[in-house]
Design a protein around this ligand. Sequence first.
Ligand SMILES: Cc1ncc(COP(=O)(O)O)c(C=O)c1O
Length: 371
Amino acid sequence: MKRTILLSPGPATTTDSVKQALVVPDICPREREFSTILRGICKDLVSIVKGDDAYTAVLFSGSGTAVMDSVINSVVPDNKKIAILVNGAYGERFVQIAQSYGILYEPVLFEWGTTIDTSRVEAVLKNDPAISCIAMVHHETTTGILNPLDEIGLLADKYGCTFIVDAISSFAGIPIDIQQCRADFLLSSSNKCIQGMAGLSFIICRKEALDLLKHQRKRSYYLDLYNQYTYFEKTGQMQFTPPVQVAYALRQAILEYGAEGSSNRYARYTENWRLLRSGLQGMGFQLLLPEGLESHILLTVLEPEDVKFDFDRMHDYLYERGFTVYPGKIRQRSFRLSILGDLYPEDIAAFLDALRAYLAGNGIFLTPYSG
Ligand SMILES: Cc1ncc(COP(=O)(O)O)c(C=O)c1O
């Protein structure tokens, strides 16, 4: 099968074996055999973040935004508020979801691409006893910044708040210990660092926090977290038709994650990120973030001033050669490159060669970064 190098931040480049796992005999998802697959997946997802029996995973059909929606509509009580930490588009998406349900929220806003200042977060929590939940994005894919998971978890604990973490683009790519970071609800999807296919998303929940949702008013029929959980517990089935083949691919992706190991995956991602970072700087590209703030998964590259540079032309040139690059999401003209997926140093080297050829072929000469 033709191998393409996706430098977009998920859906990712997958292994042939994950692609092949999609092709299975037709099966009704209400059969016990399929329940066994789903139960195994849930158990493995919990153990990837070092959860024990106090945690469970709840699966939904849909992309990452489905579980962002589910957790917000299901967790925040009517008479309480959620503090939403925003330093990028996905933090802002939590705000938009809260707004769409008429849920009370307190946005704690930071310039996109800057660090979340924990003392400002603490001041907000201290001054507003109505706040009972905090939502934060771990890896803000808008810029590539990594947000302070354990520190905000400590604050959530100190102020008795439920802690919601969007780990959609970090789960399985960056080691996470759910007990250490004290997340009550941690979200991700099948098509990011776990390296499966798009179509399933999931919430890893602390069961005690989940049980508290029992008497909460339902705001959504399709995306209610507690209903989805109890239905699955009772029947071993998802309430509504799951993407059956995507589940088989996810199971294969989890097996491959287990074979690679958590620290090896992080080391491979880090190596690819480092090669990409230094290669781009060697060519003269400016990066948005300093190295120390980056997730090791995604780089925001500022577009060069040179009038001959054109993102769309660069995209098309690279796409024809098997590389997909992704537009930026910030105010400045920029593009993003992510190394999440089944990628290796030789892929990064080949990409850098193609990018160099694009620049040279278009007479674009940048001043190499001097450190
Ligand atoms: C951190 C983060 N949260 C949420 C999402 C939304 O996921 P989806 O586009 O799959 O709905 C993304 C997608 O890239 C993401 O990176």
